[in-house]
Design a binder for this molecule. Sequence first.
Ligand SMILES: O=C(O)C(=O)C[C@]1(C(=O)O)C=C[C@@H](O)C=C1
Length: 359
Amino acid sequence: MKEKQTLEKLRQEIDTVDDHILDLLNQRAKLVMEVGAVKAKSHSDFHVPSREREIYERLTAQNPGPFPSDAVRGVFREIISASLALEKPLNVAFLGPSATFSHLAAMQHFGLSASLSPERSIPAVFEAVEKGEAYYGVVPVENTTEGMISHTLDMFMESELKINAEVLLEVSHFLLSRTGRFEDIKKVYSHPQPLAQCRKWLAENLPNVPLVDVASTTLAAQIVSEDYTAAAIASEYASSIYNLKVVKARIEDQVNNFTRFLVIGRKMADKSGDDKTSLMFSVRDEPGILHRMLEPFAQRGINLSKIESRPLKRKAWEYIFYLDLSGHISDLEVADAVKELSVCCQFVKVLGSYPRARS
Ligand SMILES: O=C(O)C(=O)C[C@]1(C(=O)O)C=C[C@@H](O)C=C1
């Protein structure tokens, strides 16, 4: 009896706190709408990744607990997403179909209030943003086990779109089926990449079961939702969409399997204080050129986090280089280094400066 009274009292207190939270959320929403009106007048960008980063960092740093800091980030992810939708409903194109990892990356970055539309290919995502059908696009660029996604890099050769943000997503594969029972599985469907990333686990655990390549993990989940004797390798999110049970979670052979996605838009992103800049350039074919192209960065102590080369399609044995470095293009040192680099280049293109993703 006493416990019941205590419970009731505690729940009343929770209700009072919730009322405060609701009131504060509405106070915040009104302020954000004022910010939106100012931005509309000055034609400024509605989505500001650097400001969002500042909010997350400030709140998680000062969080006294016991509410977990990761949850603070998740809650504010949704508060900001809903606020932004009040300023301007945001259309975001991503590499579809729905429930694939690009969809998850878009949800992670923009929250659940953004309107997310699947596109059938990487060029179609670029096109949707270029034509203004979407404000932003989300495309994969690199995987820790499979390497660079050259299709995305090649798109920047023609496109004038800018990288506005990066998203790091841990890619975990789930074995899903209607019954959730191992013994019912007579076939496994998935996209070739997840099948390759789970090869060892499949050989050990389902050695005689045929593996079937399909166009996406979503299609695999869809097929399996109508076949009680098949299983799909897909994301955990796909299980909720297609009403499937998890036979086995995290079956990828390599732990720490991350994919990096780029958020592309029509304008350059503001400086956040912890940024990366991506460049693309081609150099003249002459002795010592590789050394010279890296010198401007080494001399200024600018850290390079990635260098990648791709063949220039128009000319045999000539290459385009992609470089990721620490800093924003509005930093004097970075701007100077890029200027110096351009002396030994046929062309240099800044693909964008954007906040470094939290790993
Ligand atoms: O500060 C802004 O520029 C806002 O638009 C407000 C706000 C927020 O909810 O705090 C919303 C969206 C932006 O991406 C960043 C922050």
